[in-house]
Write a protein that binds this ligand. Structure first.
Ligand code: UTP
Ligand code: MG
Length: 691
């Protein structure tokens, strides 16, 4: 493990403090989210209504013929009651009467072998059998024989006209509810995703702009891959939390509570029977949660390892290939990949047990319902519709429980992700703009180091008590061995880092007292390792500055001789370069960077080994150009080849972070010190090189 993504392995408990902070991001969309919750209540109500309607259809209409009819004298019929005329009698369904008139005859419709009969005098519950006794159709109920009249289809239709009507009405309501549910659900999902995506959009913006303004030493400590994950993966995890957990938690709660309440009100004992499996669910969920968490952590650990290995190997592919390390690296990857596979399989196993187990419990609850409710339906103590509704409600009851585990995982990783995101957001850059910045115009270009001490890390001094002054318009060269601290001096002038002790003044103003943008706008730097962005050549010179027109680009390119190689490209200035400029040679990249630095017409120009990668001919051309462009500009040149710095107004010789010598080429040679030694060495090298 190379510590690349180690921070992703930490497991975070659900922390209220973090949670509150996450809610803060949702605040601009709070109204929307509350609205979504309301919509979800409508959806839940629709879900709850469906079994209820089916139950009404079953009990109120489809099975309604079982309700007895009473023969009521015409003048006793309550207004609005539905009546059926049959054999010059008027029958009213008993459920329409608040009170049965005393002495009224009961009738009941009985179905046998697909035929319907009206049985007279049949009042109580129980079964009758239709028989033919002496050529007459009768209904036998135990010892009793009752009169039975076969109903022809027309008559049956009349008896059931009202049920058919009612069923049609219920079906319409059912369909209507389905459509309303669909529409409301659509709006809710859309709005919720809208809110979620916007929260994440803003969060990504915030993270990126925060990273953008971070001091450079932050990037020394935080690998690219990690920061990329912050902006992409971690925010996506949060999106999932906002959209599928936060609001849907309410829905699940509504649904569970709603089902319990509706079931309790429908039939308390049945509800108890159905819910008696709840403790099993609770225990299973707790066990599962623990197992799943462990498995999940393992998977995260392995994927982090894959990420680290991949990003390192892909970045270093060239080295791998040069040293024929492919097979070895493949074996390494193969092992890590297999570990990841195994971890994933283990996680799947946990899920593979939990889901079917919940199914088992669900079917158990169904058997309980049928065992308890079935006989009661037969005995007429429970309506068939109610039994049906319970079966349906239990199905709905298990849905959110099934998802519970997943939501818990999302919540868990959201906590970890947000903690990491906040860690980035909470890291303040120590390099800040002053609260009351000194207004600076165009620099004259005077640079002064006053007793500057600097270390990248702790007391590991890279620059020790460095003092020097560059007059406006002067060209100063920094020379010294590798690691002497030359590039560090440049980093300090640009204020990529702050000095530990001492002061850096530009035009007599401490650079910490001016805005970073004011300072950097006037400094043009050609760095040791040129970075190009993906885009065309023009874009890489202009860098979004619209004030630099195409003519200016051509002009600076001609100055720096970049023009010549650009013209050889098929698309000239519109030639695409890939990220890091892989399609250009090192020298071409350097020329381009040179043009880029000049395009901004900086008051201070800094060239860090700018000529190290170009051939002698190009270098001499650049030297020519330099003479033109350094006029009226302070220039700092860093070069290993002393031949390129001979004409500098001043040469500063750095040795192990200290200034050892300072003067013109001639003065330094006369001194016969370090510079002289370096010069002799290179001189000899050149001589032997040409021999
Ligand atoms: P410099 O990068 O200033 O050296 O590093 P230099 O003079 O330009 O060297 P060349 O000629 O380009 O090779 C000075 C010291 O600062 C340390 C390096 O280890 C070196 O010893 N350093 C540099 C850091 O600790 N962190 C950095 O990010 C860069
Ligand atoms: Mg350097």
């Amino acid at each position: 493990m190379n510590g690349f993504h180690e921070d992703e392995l930490q497991e975070k408990p659900i922390d209220l403090h973090i949670f509150r902070r996450l809610l803060k991001y949702a605040r601009p969309y709070a109204a929307l989210m509350v609205f979504c919750i309301l919509l979800l209540m409508v959806v839940t109500a629709a879900d709850l209504a469906q079994p209820y309607i089916v139950r009404s259809a079953l009990d109120g209409y489809i099975n309604a013929f079982k309700i007895p009819y009473l023969e009521v004298p015409r003048d006793k019929i309550p207004p609005g009651a539905h009546t059926v005329s049959w054999h010059d009698k008027t029958l009213v369904r008993s459920s329409d009467l608040s009170q049965a008139p005393p002495g009224a005859t009961h009738y009941r419709i009985v179905e046998q072998h697909g035929k319907y009969y009206l049985v007279q005098g049949f009042a109580e519950n129980g079964n009758v059998i239709i028989e033919t006794v002496d050529g007459e159709i009768v209904a036998r109920q135990g010892e009793k024989l009752l009169k039975a009249f076969p109903l022809d289809p027309d008559e049956l239709k009349r008896f059931r006209a009202r049920d058919v009507e009612g069923l049609t009405r219920l079906s319409l309501i059912f369909v209507l509810i389905l459509f309303i549910r669909f529409a409301v659900n659509y709006v809710q999902v859309y709005l919720l995703q809208y809110a979620g995506q916007n929260i994440i959009l803003n969060l990504r913006k915030e993270i990126f702009s925060h990273i953008e303004n971070m001091h450079l030493s932050y990037f020394d400590k935080n690998p690219v891959g990690r920061l990329v994950t912050r902006v992409t993966n971690d925010t996506e995890t949060l999106n999932e939390m906002y959209t599928s957990v936060l609001v849907n938690l309410f829905k699940d709660l509504f649904l569970l509570l709603g089902i319990i309440i509706v079931m309790m009100r429908m039939n308390f004992r049945m509800a108890i029977a159905a819910l008696s499996v709840a403790p099993i669910i609770a225990v299973a969920t707790v066990i599962f949660r623990n197992k799943a968490r462990e498995a999940y952590r393992e998977v995260r650990k392995k994927i982090a390892r894959i990420n680290a290995t991949l990003s390192e190997n892909i970045t270093g592919m060239k080295v791998i290939q040069i040293f024929n390390r492919e097979a070895k690296k493949f074996a390494e990857f193969d092992r890590i990949n297999r570990e990841y596979y195994l971890a994933t399989m283990r996680e799947l196993q946990v899920f593979a047990v939990f889901r079917p187990f919940l199914d088992l419990v669900y079917y158990l609850s169904l058997s309980l319902l049928i065992w308890y409710g079935g006989p009661r339906v037969i005995r007429g103590m429970l309506s068939f519709g109610t039994l049906y509704a319970f079966v349906h409600y239990m199905g709905q009851f298990f849905q959110p429980i099934n998802d519970l585990a997943e939501k818990f995982n999302i919540l868990q990783s959201a906590m970890a992700s947000s903690e990491r995101i906040f860690q980035v957001l909470d890291t303040e850059s120590p390099i800040k703009d002053p609260s009351d910045p000194v207004a600076v115009g165009r620099f004259r270009g005077e640079i002064e180091f006053r007793n500057v001490w600097f270390a990248y890390e702790g007391e590991d001094w890279v620059l020790k008590d460095v003092s020097f002054k560059v007059e406006p318009g002067e060209t100063v060269a920094l020379v010294g061995a590798t690691g002497a601290g030359k590039t560090s001096i440049i980093n300090l002038i640009c204020r990529f880092y702050d000095v530990n002790r001492g002061q850096i003044l530009v035009d007599g103003v401490d650079i910490r007292d001016m805005r970073q943008s004011d300072l950097r706008r006037q400094i043009g730097v050609v760095q040791q390792d040129v970075f190009l962005f993906s885009g065309d050549i023009k874009y890489n010179i202009r860098l979004n500055d619209t004030e630099i027109d195409d003519e200016k680009i051509r002009e600076v390119a001609r100055y720096t001789n970049a023009h010549r190689f650009i013209e050889t490209k098929p698309n000239k200035y519109d030639e695409e370069v890939t990220e890091r400029g892989g399609t250009l040679s090192a020298g071409q990249r350097q020329l381009l960077a040179f043009a880029r630095a000049l395009a901004f017409d900086p008051a201070i120009l800094i060239l860090d080994e700018a000529t190290s990668a170009v051939d002698t001919e190009t270098e001499s051309l650049i030297q020519d150009a330099l003479e033109k462009i350094t006029r009226g500009r302070t220039t700092i040149i860093i070069a290993h080849r002393l031949s390129t710095v001979q004409h500098a107004d001043k040469i500063i010789v750095l040795h192990k972070g200290r200034i050892r010598e300072c003067g013109t080429h001639e003065e330094l040679l006369e001194k016969r010190g370090l510079y002289y030694k370096l010069y002799l060495l290179q001189f000899k090298e050149n001589r032997s090189g040409t021999n």
